[in-house]
Write a protein that binds this ligand. Structure first.
Ligand SMILES: [Zn+2]
Ligand SMILES: [Zn+2]
Length: 449
């Protein structure tokens, strides 16, 4: 091929320069956007506080406490907040603690939440700080374990409070640090709200982490919109006069009626519910009878009902009640139905999520580290806060390098503590960046379910 002439080379260079100038702005910005100067300060402070926070996490892990009994944990949190010079309120909604950091610059009120309670599980890890605590439940001794990472959530709450209070002259507005009891029972957040956690300061937005047992440390999952389900239950008793198993025509058979109920509810989900309205009905408890030849006087059924949003939840309650009533009446079986709404679905505010996305990507080191996840049908009582104010919960990867995954609520749950320092940095930057946004660019309106 003939070598390019001098004129051709000049033309080529000019064309390239024009192409670069005409490129969309984000292309030019790649690698050029400078993070705010306080990122460096946050990083330094987070690195400095990390060993202390990991030590606290290990201490909390070794001494887990059940829902509403988190007195030792709450004491550690309150003492730590006081040492940092925060305004502290304790015993909110039971054992809840609120720490208030007033920044040196005027700005909005924002909040971070960490939950404190553990689970009645006997730990089976070989961690040097594994829990040896025991508790008696229903007359049976069982172990206690932080198997859902709430020790990590509480420790990170302290870490962020430490970092930001050491640079409070640069903090814009007020930050509430909320240590919440009883997430596992699904009502700690609600109790704190009812007990006036927002009495003196009402945040514009609230953020939280949950550990993610499918992701390595360094990665974060997010779900815009619904990410956790309404966790409702029903208790159904079906009655009979009872009779001999050889004479089934002499009484109603509550086991047969209950079996119809179980199957009809599954058919109801597939035939009566819009396929886009996520729904799970699981009858996890069906107890009846004592012998092969006796038709019992009672069958007891208990179920969990999972869905998203208030409207769908109400509709489901009506349909389930109608189905159960119809089946029991058609068999002439007296029944009692107790339908209870539990923890509402968690709604991650999509605009709030978008507003903090650049911060998360910058701190994590790129957009590929912030991964969109599928919504789940599990429950998370952070939803009570999300019904009050715009909220975002991020899932922080904690799977250790030597494992494919780790499993929350399992006796072998282990977490990579590298995630703790990252979480402290990430939440500190989110709170600092979001507070600095002008009011018009912060989220105000929100969906309440
Ligand atoms: Zn849990
Ligand atoms: Zn949890």
């Amino acid at each position: 091929m003939k070598p390019a002439t001098r004129l051709e080379r000049i033309y080529l260079v000019l064309t390239l320069i024009l192409m670069i100038l005409a490129a969309p702005a984000p292309l030019l910005a790649v690698g050029q956007a400078k993070p705010p100067a306080y990122y460096q300060k946050i990083k330094e402070l987070a690195v400095r506080v990390e060993p202390e926070i990991i030590a606290i996490r290990r201490d909390l892990h070794a001494h887990p406490e059940l829902a509403f009994q988190e007195r030792r944990t709450a004491g550690i949190v309150a003492d730590y907040f006081r040492k940092l010079g925060l305004e502290v309120r304790t015993e909110i909604g039971g054992t809840g603690v609120l720490g208030v950091l007033k920044g040196g610059l005027p700005g909005p009120v924002l909040a971070m939440r960490g939950d404190m309670d553990a689970l009645a599980i006997t730990e089976e890890t070989d961690l040097p700080f594994a829990s040896k605590e025991k508790v008696i439940i229903n007359g049976q001794e069982t172990g206690l374990m932080h198997a859902c990472g709430h020790d990590i959530h509480t420790a990170m709450l302290l870490g962020v409070a430490s970092v930001l209070s050491q640079m409070k002259n640069q903090v814009t507005g007020t930050i509430l640090f909320i240590a919440q009891p009883a997430e596992e029972w699904g009502d700690g957040a609600q109790k704190m709200i009812q007990d006036g956690v927002f009495r003196d300061y009402r945040p514009e937005a609230i953020f939280a982490f949950h550990v993610d047992d499918t992701l390595k440390a360094g990665y974060v999952h997010y779900v815009p919109g619904y990410s956790g389900a309404n966790c409702d239950t029903f208790f159904l008793n079906i009655y009979s006069e009872g009779c001999h198993g050889a004479d089934p025509d002499q009484c109603v058979d509550p086991i047969v009626v209950g079996s119809h109920v179980v199957l009809a509810l599954q058919a109801m989900v597939s035939r009566e519910i819009d396929v886009h309205d996520h729904t799970v009905i699981t009858v996890g408890y069906f107890h009846a009878g004592t012998a092969t030849n006796i038709i019992p006087k009672k069958a007891e059924l208990r179920a969990t009902v999972r869905s998203y949003g208030d409207e769908h939840r109400e509709r489901l309650k009506k349909k389930i009640t109608r189905t159960i009533t119809g089946i029991c009446q058609s068999h002439g079986a007296p029944f009692e139905l107790d339908y209870q709404f539990g923890t509402p679905s968690l709604y991650n505010h999509p605009e709030l999520l978008e507003a903090i996305r650049p911060t998360a990507e910058a701190v994590l080191g790129g957009p590929d580290r912030l991964i969109k996840d599928r919504p789940e049908m599990g429950g998370e009582d952070f939803s009570y806060f999300a019904r009050e104010i715009p909220a975002v919960m991020l899932s922080l990867g904690v799977v250790p390098p030597h494992l494919e995954r780790t499993s929350v609520h399992s006796p072998t749950f282990v977490a990579d503590e590298k995630a703790i320092g990252l979480g402290i940095k990430l939440m500190s930057c989110i709170l600092m960046d979001y507070a600095r946004k002008p009011a018009a660019r912060r989220v105000r309106a929100f969906k309440k379910s």
